[in-house]
Design a protein around this ligand. Structure first.
Ligand SMILES: NC(=O)c1ccc[n+]([C@@H]2O[C@H](COP(=O)([O-])OP(=O)(O)OC[C@H]3O[C@@H](n4cnc5c(N)ncnc54)[C@H](OP(=O)(O)O)[C@@H]3O)[C@@H](O)[C@H]2O)c1
Ligand SMILES: *[C@@H]1O[C@H](CO)[C@@H](O)[C@H](O)[C@H]1NC(C)=O
Ligand SMILES: *[C@@H]1O[C@H](CO)[C@@H](O)[C@H](O)[C@H]1NC(C)=O
Length: 314
């Protein structure tokens, strides 16, 4: 009996040590104040995006939650205002699964907001489906929608410089390959859906890399990042038999949304990281990506293909 208790105590202690040393991740320690600054957070109503938006509001920023669902977004606006004591938190409709909605959002924003200092491309999805324009949902929302959004807001970011663009990617980029002959597969089975997700996240990283080149000399900088493995609703679409396995793993080993937001916050506010524009961050540190995620020829081609897909001509 005693030996069981000792064994259990050792396991708990090991778990706690592992959690705090490896799983929880680093905290953004910057105390940058954002009073007078305007920030957009896409998907700011839930998970990592909501915690990021709350942090920006606590720093005094004017925060635009760019979300697809009015009820969920307004509930988050209410919550964030209450917790931060900042009432400069507002909702603007944005459905990244529709290029028309992205254009309408940009038009609406540019008309009503004179400045933009931080754009946080956070929204993301892992679900099967199609966008209004016929792209697979994951590619359309995670990459194309944000690609168009960023491009449409770029002049306003330049006018407000110094300013930043932060894009939430994922370490899952490792398992992706960009196949230009089949960029937009429908995602018929689980393995193809996973491949689509990983590919959209690799595209986020390559987009940011190319974007940094275009932004050289403008005082607008951009960063991609991995938030860690985070307990959020993004896993709600798993099949029941996967949930049986995943729920305990997620409960034990994934970090909280507050901890998951730290690297987004870091990239948005940390002083002195401008020299790392175009790079990828994890746990509040710049990290070297694998060679396929720093292939400039692929990044350039992806940029051009994406321009054509969203109907932008340069
Ligand atoms: N959780 C993780 O372990 C993890 C790991 C690596 C990377 N990430 C990335 O982190 C980011 C945030 O994810 P999360 O974990 O916080 O997930 P989440 O809780 O599911 O939040 C995703 C957000 O994106 C929004 N969204 C989805 N489709 C949209 C659309 N068509 N238009 C506008 N907004 C849309 C969602 O809005 P609704 O509330 O309306 O659905 C929600 O606000 C994603 O880019 C994800 O890929 C997460
Ligand atoms: C999933 O679908 C793709 C394309 O339709 C196919 O090539 C692949 O073999 C399928 N994988 C599984 C595990 O069924
Ligand atoms: C960028 O910032 C530096 C330092 O504040 C400033 O000297 C320079 O004029 C700025 N450049 C542009 C293009 O705004």
């Amino acid at each position: 009996m005693v030996s069981y208790i000792v064994a259990a105590a050792i396991l708990v202690a090991l778990y706690i040590l592992t959690y705090y040393n490896f799983l929880k991740g680093a905290r953004c320690r910057s105390d940058t104040c954002l009073r007078g600054k305007t920030v957009i957070v896409t998907g700011g109503n839930a998970g990592i995006g909501k915690e990021t938006a709350l942090d920006m509001a606590r720093r005094g920023a004017r925060v635009i939650l760019a979300c697809r669902n009015k009820e969920r977004a307004e509930a988050a606006v209410f919550d964030i205002r209450k917790k931060s004591g900042n009432n400069q938190v507002i909702f603007m409709q944005l459905d990244l699964a529709s290029l028309k909605s992205v254009r309408a959002f940009a038009e609406n924003f540019l008309k009503s907001e004179p400045q933009l200092h931080v754009l946080i491309n956070n929204a993301g999805i892992g679900m099967h489906g199609k966008t209004a324009d016929g792209f697979n949902l994951v590619w359309g929302v995670n990459h194309l929608g944000h690609f168009l959004l960023t491009r449409l807001l770029l002049d306003r970011l330049k006018l407000s410089a110094p300013s930043r663009i932060v894009t939430v990617a994922s370490t899952m980029y490792r398992f992706a390959k960009i196949d230009f002959s089949n960029l937009n597969p429908p995602g018929e089975n689980f393995s193809q859906q996973m491949q689509n997700y990983c590919c959209s996240k690799l595209s986020n990283i390559l987009f940011v890399r190319e974007l940094a080149n275009c932004l050289e000399g403008t005082n607008v900088t951009c960063y991609s990042l991995h938030p860690g493995a985070v307990k959020t609703d993004i896993f709600r679409t798993l099949k029941w038999w996967m949930k049986v396995f995943c729920i305990p793993v997620i409960a034990l080993f994934f970090r909280s949304p507050v901890d998951g937001a730290q690297t987004s916050i870091y990239c948005a506010v940390q002083e002195g990281i401008e020299k790392f524009s175009g790079r990828y961050f994890a746990d509040c540190k710049v990290e070297e990506v694998l060679p396929h995620a720093r292939d400039d020829a692929v990044a350039r081609k992806l940029w051009e293909v994406s321009e054509r897909m969203v109907g932008l001509s340069s």
